[in-house]
Design a binder for this molecule. Structure first.
Ligand SMILES: NC(=O)CCC(=O)C(=O)O
Length: 259
């Protein structure tokens, strides 16, 4: 499976510019004919949470129409990072939409762990269900940024069959070492692939390192990005997951009767 990771910069509070930029980057990525495109977290608005009323995407309509038609036109699966969405009742959420090659919406996942350090808990509603997708012989589990810190979530997704975990993020440079180590740990402990796409650039005083990563089920780093706006391409084979799990059967050996 050929994956394109879109490590985009995000202009805070400017959806028009961000839609234009993401379209430009995805169009460039299509030249390498990926099977799957992955975008970063909150790419429509950045963390302009105090202006959520102005910049959030009402019912996710703009995001969905844009990603669905791009997916269909280019016959590519899109894991749409996440966007700041709203409802007419003014419920704001950090929402991921996923589309199949035919443009069909396959899943929406609303971030379940809100990150207090970036004030998410003051403005957003947390999602109430995990994100797991069964598509074209793949089971993919989804995490949005801070979700990475909760090993119970990734283990649940893996226990329900995921062999690939995707994390989309706006993870600041200040905690880059946590990002790297936690991603590698999640891959090793769950014996699965991890595709993690982080934004780059700066918003206010906060710097984002990019440093998107792809890690194999043995915890080997197959790809690690720099801090520039960039598209990374990689080919992975999810069959490797079974080989690794057969060698050291961690998932089978769990004592779910005890913990
Ligand atoms: N956008 C986020 O969820 C950031 C999470 C983060 O920075 C962390 O350290 O955790």
């Amino acid at each position: 499976m050929k994956v394109a990771l879109i490590q985009a910069n995000v202009k805070i509070g400017d959806p028009d510019q961000n839609f234009t930029n993401i379209e430009k980057l995805m169009t460039k990525a299509i030249g390498r004919q990926p099977d799957m495109i992955v975008l970063p977290e909150m790419w429509n608005s950045g963390y302009a949470l105090e202006k959520a009323d102005e910049v959030a995407d009402l019912n996710g309509e703009r995001t969905k129409e844009f990603l669905s038609s791009f997916a269909k036109k280019n016959s590519v699966m899109i894991i749409g990072g996440s966007t700041l969405t709203s409802t007419p009742q003014k419920d704001f959420k950090n929402t991921m939409f996923v589309f199949g090659r035919d443009g069909r919406e396959l899943l929406s996942y609303e971030k379940i762990h809100l990150f207090r350090l970036m004030d998410e808990h003051k403005y957003l509603q947390a999602g109430e269900k995990v994100g797991l997708l069964d598509y074209e012989d793949m089971k993919i589990g989804f995490m949005i940024c801070y979700d990475l810190r909760f090993p119970q979530l990734s283990r649940k997704l893996v226990n329900e069959g995921a062999s690939l975990l995707v994390n989309v993020a706006q993870w600041p440079t200040a905690r880059l070492d946590h990002w790297r180590h936690l991603l590698i740990a999640r891959a090793i402990e769950n014996q699965c692939f991890i595709v993690a796409v982080n934004r780059c650039g700066k918003s206010g005083d906060t710097e984002f390192p990019g440093n998107s990563m792809v890690i194999d089920p043995l915890g080997r780093v197959l790809l690690e990005g720099n801090d520039e706006e960039e598209i990374y391409h990689i080919e992975i084979s999810l069959d490797e997951v079974e080989e690794v799990r057969n060698h050291i059967p961690v998932i089978t050996d769990q004592r779910l009767d005890l913990y």
